[in-house]
Design a protein around this ligand. Structure first.
Ligand code: GAL
Length: 415
């Protein structure tokens, strides 16, 4: 760990580096394998390479990170934890509770993370008074991505309500296009459900059902209506949707085969990676009815304990991740927005600037809600139980009334 080209080592990092004998590579477990995700990850790899830190890549394909978390469990069980792991919400909390994560407080205090990371994100980065993860970004799930040329061809304005959203998809279907590009995987179905539930019942309902796991909200007529809307959306996907990866669904919108995709803003990384320009080639807008809310998930890197202290490489990785330059450079490519709220976002594109403003406004007004689909509303056992019901309903195994009953039972058993 010699030349620091882009960052100076802080006093805390120097002290920590001194405690480790040799500089080692970082082995990073992550699920960023699509074109846009890999391009964003390269920003981090390049940063480390510029500082003589080697990178051992441990990619585990599978959007949403379910597969990555299974591999992680196996690695840790066999006594071979990676240096750093991409992780979401409650998974960070679970690993911290197991005592597996290194304490980053020295660095966090020195760099004043407390002052620049909003409480809703810190709630997942910290555990029992210790910083245990470095937030890379903030994504949100309540977005719709649209092919601009198709919208123009069909004479469509940005839909402002559920009815207008449905009408736009009917127009696309009537003209022979796929109205909704979607991949039939449980986490993708659940990602749409985040936005549909928020739009149908509003923030109090979302909070009660997904965060507080309130039985009345889970079993309500509002929940039934949300499932009814999912059934309506199911009617707009093409015949080959089953098992399709999310980035292939994005490609359908990019190529003009499909009008919309309802997906987190990692989809924007695919548009950008294909050379597309927001406002010109594609449009981004909040899922109608959720214009004032942000259902967020924050990718964070948790450092697995390698010894008594956090290693110099781990500390450097965390320091890099939180640096203002990196937060802008990475998020410009990834489609997400910085996790720090003190940055100048003028380098972000139009969707990114809107996303950053929405995030900061929602953080300030209390309208930032953890994404159920991406592990920020409830722990993995409950999340997976919800996935099962949402997907079974999406695939026609349950009608909406049965799905509501199954959801109540699934949560009762797994909470
Ligand atoms: C999310 C993650 C994003 C993106 C997406 C699809 O859970 O936060 O960074 O990778 O999965 O893979």
């Amino acid at each position: 760990m010699t030349m620091m080209k882009t960052l100076k080592l802080t006093a805390a990092a120097v002290a920590l580096t001194a405690s480790t004998a040799v500089a080692e590579d970082v082995e990073v477990l992550h699920w960023w394998t699509s074109g846009g995700e890999a391009a964003a990850l390269n920003v981090l790899k390049d940063d480390l390479a510029g500082n003589d830190i080697g990178w051992q890549d441990m990619p585990v394909a599978g959007g949403g990170g379910g597969n990555a978390m299974t591999v992680l469990r196996a690695r840790v069980t066999s006594g071979n934890a990676p240096t750093a792991v991409q992780m979401l919400g409650f998974d960070i909390q679970d690993w911290a509770a197991e005592g597996a994560l290194a304490n980053l407080n020295a660095l966090a205090e020195e760099q004043k993370w407390n002052d620049v990371i909003p409480a809703a994100i810190q709630r997942f980065s910290t555990n029992d008074g210790a910083w245990v993860a470095a937030p890379v970004n903030v994504h949100s799930t309540n977005w719709v991505w649209a092919n601009k040329a198709l919208m123009d061809e069909l004479g469509l304005e940005q839909p402002q309500s559920w009815d207008e959203l449905v009408a736009a998809m009917e127009a696309a279907e009537a003209a022979g296009y796929t109205a909704l590009a979607h991949g039939g995987q449980a986490w993708q179905d659940a990602t749409i459900f985040d936005a549909v539930a928020m739009a149908t019942g509003g923030p109090e309902f979302y909070q009660a059902a997904f965060v507080d796991l309130d039985e009345e909200a889970l079993g309500s007529d509002t929940m039934k209506e949300a499932f009814d809307r999912m059934a309506t959306l199911r009617g707009f996907v093409d015949d080959n949707f089953s098992g399709r990866d999310w980035n292939l669904a994005t490609a359908m919108v990019i190529n003009g085969e499909a009008l919309f995709q309802m997906m987190g803003d990692w989809a924007k990384g695919e548009f950008l990676n294909a050379g597309k320009v927001p406002g010109q080639d594609f449009a981004c807008f909040r899922f109608p009815g959720t214009q004032d809310q942000v259902t967020f998930n924050s990718d964070q890197f948790a450092m697995f304990k390698q010894g008594d202290m956090v290693s110099g490489e781990q500390s450097y990785l965390a320091e890099s991740i939180l640096s203002p330059t990196f937060q802008i450079a990475f998020n410009k490519v990834k489609g997400s927005v910085p996790a720090r709220t003190d940055l100048d976002a003028s380098e972000l594109d139009a969707c990114g600037q809107q996303g950053y403003e929405d995030f900061k406004a929602a953080a300030a007004s209390g309208n930032l809600y953890g994404s159920m689909a991406h592990g920020h509303a409830n722990p993995a056992a409950v999340k997976n139980a919800m996935y099962d019901v949402i997907t079974a309903h999406f695939n026609g195994e349950y009608d909406s009334a049965a799905a509501v009953e199954e959801l109540v039972t699934a949560v009762q058993i797994n909470k």
